[in-house]
Design a protein around this ligand. Structure first.
Ligand code: ZN
Length: 181
């Protein structure tokens, strides 16, 4: 039954990320982000259970150091492979990781592109709704610019999701106060 495996992934993700918060001023529980990304891919690609499950688990390796073998054992090789595709190599310095996201985006599998675009959409929504308190205007603008460059390599799979990203980007830009002259 699909709903059973999806709920299992949601429960496991809530547990693994229990002590993690979003970076925004509201410090939302991290699982809010995972559920939002899962809902976006579910609407973009109805019936793709592995993709919804992978969306719930997409930050488990990167943020919680869950071994990929554990993901494969619990949720299958396909889900584990998708999560791997969404995982940055944390041994690299951050600027290099950001550059590689732009470079690798168009080479990802179809499902990984949907997952990554949903992730960026959720992050831009968060930037508009609950920006990190210590981020100056310039850093927020830079983030939107970088997310857009990654997204340029991800669009073209789901017209609906492409539209959701554009909307989130517009909101994020609107939310950034104009710099005092
Ligand atoms: Zn994420």
């Amino acid at each position: 039954m699909n709903e059973l495996i999806i709920l299992k992934a949601a429960r496991v993700a809530a547990d693994w990320h229990a002590d993690q918060r979003r970076k925004g001023v509201r410090q939302e529980p991290y699982v809010n982000h995972l559920i939002e990304v899962a809902e976006l891919v579910a609407e973009a690609d109805p019936g793709n259970t592995d993709l919804v499950v992978a969306a719930l688990l997409h930050d488990a390796i990167e943020d919680q150091q869950i071994p990929v073998k554990t993901l494969a054992k619990l949720f299958g090789e396909r889900v584990a492979g998708l999560v791997m595709e969404a995982t940055d190599d944390k041994s690299l310095p951050k600027p290099e990781r950001k550059r590689l996201q732009v470079e690798h985006a168009p080479k990802k599998s179809r499902d990984a592109r949907l997952l990554k675009l949903a992730d960026k959409t959720s992050n831009l929504r968060a930037l508009a709704k609950s920006p990190p308190a210590h981020w100056p205007v310039e850093r927020r603008r830079e983030y939107v610019d970088w997310a857009s460059r990654v997204a340029a390599g991800l669009v073209g799979v789901s017209e609906w999701l492409d539209g959701m990203f554009e909307e989130a980007k517009a909101r994020a830009l609107e939310s950034i106060p104009a710099e005092a002259a």
